[in-house]
Write a protein that binds this ligand. Structure first.
Ligand SMILES: Nc1ncnc2c1ncn2[C@@H]1O[C@H](COP(=O)(O)OP(=O)(O)O)[C@@H](O)[C@H]1O
Ligand SMILES: [Mg+2]
Length: 261
């Protein structure tokens, strides 16, 4: 099982859109995928059609030790894609967890108990570098950073990277940066071209070749409670997330061979 935190403390850069559609694309390639919605806004849960009334157990319950990951899982319309939904309770978790033992390792321990059920776990992080995102980074093998193609794209990245460095030193030495994904790329806008060239010049090979275009289908799909890949699998956004999934699989460590009986 490989655990990937989709993180960037900026809001609106495409974390949730990436978690939903990359998760769907990975499931389409026969991976068993789990999304953990770790944002109190619960956009990943809503975007996957999980109504609030159906969120009996949530990522909050998992973090406070009220239930296991497996108990909190709900299936989605996508075969092979499950989710641990988020509820508004999660907005208090940053403060509540301070009093808990091993407050930075709550999610890590919960996932340890669930390994083998899924091939890939994507954690949809909130737009902050607080305790929720730290739990995600401690639990994760690697980080996927969506970066919006806009003028201030790189601003804030140094803060993110210094948090990663702190997590490596103190808790999770193996935490890798799996890749940076450029999102909301607009062909007709020269600025986004310039931004993507600058980002590649600064960050180099860590940036995925695949670029996610600005595509209205990607923003419409959540209101229908389905991933864009189901809403319109031929739109440019869906195709881009399929390409990103292929590129990402190429970067994952090979799965351990099954032990011969
Ligand atoms: N590639 C894209 N093209 C068009 N709209 C997008 C794209 N990616 C995200 N959006 C829209 O932009 C907004 C912010 O995206 P979201 O994934 O929720 O960001 P985050 O989770 O980082 O806050 C949402 O309304 C989403 O539908
Ligand atoms: Mg989000």
């Amino acid at each position: 099982m490989t655990v990937i935190a989709v993180a960037n403390q900026k809001g609106g850069v495409g974390k949730t859109t990436t978690a939903i559609n990359l998760g769907t694309a990975l499931a389409a390639t026969d991976k068993r995928v789990l999304i953990i919605d770790l944002d109190p806004q619960g956009n990943a849960s809503t975007g996957l059609g999980i109504h609030r009334a159906d969120r009996k157990k949530s990522s909050y319950d998992v973090l406070i030790g009220e239930c296991s990951v497996v108990d909190a899982v709900i299936g989605t319309v996508v075969p092979g894609l499950d989710i641990v939904p988020a509820t508004v309770d999660l907005s208090g978790a940053e403060i509540e967890l301070v009093d808990y033992e091993e407050r930075t390792h709550r999610l890590d321990h919960a996932l340890d108990a669930a390994s083998d059920r899924w091939d890939v776990v994507l954690i949809d992080c909130p737009p902050s570098l607080g305790l929720l995102t730290i739990n995600a980074m401690v639990a994760a093998d690697s980080l996927l950073v969506p970066l919006q193609c806009e003028f201030f794209a790189l601003e804030g990245l140094s803060q993110l990277l210094s948090t990663v460095e702190r997590i490596r030193t103190r808790f999770n030495p193996g935490l890798a940066i799996l890749g940076v994904a450029l999102t909301m790329y607009d062909r007709r806008n020269r600025l986004t071209d310039q931004v993507s060239a600058d980002v590649r010049a600064v960050l180099g090979k860590v940036v995925f070749d695949t670029v996610i275009p600005r595509n209205v289908r990607l923003s419409e799909a959540p209101s229908h409670g389905v991933p864009a890949l189901i809403y319109d699998y031929r739109c440019s956004g869906s195709e881009a997330y399929m390409a990103l999934a292929r590129e990402l699989i190429g970067r994952l460590p090979p799965a351990a061979p099954a032990i011969a009986a």
